[in-house]
Design a protein around this ligand. Sequence first.
Ligand code: PLP
Length: 417
Amino acid sequence: MENLFIDISEKKVFEVEKIRKDFPILSRLIHGKNLVYFDNAATTQKPRQVIDSIQNYYVNLNSNIHRGVHYLSEAATKEYECTRKIIQNFINAKHLEEIIYTRGTTESINLVASSYGFANFKKDDEILISAMEHHSNIVPWQIICQHTGAKLKVIPMNDDGEIILEEFDNMLNEKTKFVSVVHVSNSLGTINPIKYIIDKAHNFNIPVMVDAAQSIQHLKIDVQQLDCDFLAFSGHKIYGPTGIGILYGKKKYLIEMPPYQGGGDMIMSVSFEKTIYNELPYKFEAGTPNIAGVIGLGVAIRYINNIGIEAINNFENELLSYATNLLSDMKGLKIIGTAKDKTSVISFIIDNAHPHDVGTILDRDGVAVRTGHHCTEPVMRRFNIPATTRASFSFYNTFYEIDVLAKSLKKVINLFN
Ligand code: PLP
């Protein structure tokens, strides 16, 4: 712990101080201390550019989209549709209409489970998920299984928090009808080998959905290269607003899938006798959407593109290994999730201290972390613990902030031991 305050920002690998100026909230004081925001896996902070774009929409553009011929409606529609193109390029989707706006990862998964599941699953079919899924990649599949008689099967993980691939291989069979896996675990930080999983499943013609809620902001994602069939993420975890998310789906599936919700905008024509649904992607976008959210998300992705996702990933990996080294040296602290391939998340427990107490003490030092089961109760059960404390990093965090965390944790350890 002697090296706690060595300033290794000298390295100047990444212009983090310049970047931090774009995020107004980072200069806040909390309990009289500089905010150290390590709850990025829950939601990321927003750069000024995103905040301004939302304000600009309401000040200068506010109007409903798609249905107006007046100037404001056309201008708002243009901005709204522009984001779709930005997202298409960002994840390298083949077709623009494969990008569907939703409320977030949760809604994207529910959409697929409900629409694809109702149309395709039947009694005794098997749906595979992994042991480290967020509740939002468990419960929608349980619901559809209850309705159709399909069975949910769970790919186990090892003590490091890695999917056991041999088990996965053995679980695939002619009854398997769908695989849905998380790319990066929100409670362990594990990066799963999704390319392997997708390729193996495709050998059996099984479609694969990727929960990219915790990977889209850290890793380069190319849906054509991955060859995933569906992919979901949330705007608020990639520096955009809350209430907006993306579902990517291969056109061949989306065309066949029935609508998820009915209402305005998702129809071509309606009569009491018959409704003709709109074409993709609008078939899945019923009702007035989160227009400001979509516009803000487009600006957030542009912001990320300006820095470069590879540069972001490199810097975040440095933060992670710096923090892992510091925390690994602390007696009385145990890291939960020690996969070989990890990104941006450290979960840990401290002897004799409940994570909520840890979180409260850190908060007094201005350090925001998350404590609890992180919506992954089965993960906690797998490790036989009630909860963890989780620090999750973003490219706007610094090595100095990790030192502050470590110093505060040292205090906790002394207090409880
Ligand atoms: N999947 C993972 C891995 C997550 O970490 C989260 C949120 O923490 C979700 C899904 C759900 O995301 P949202 O609440 O934005 O829909």
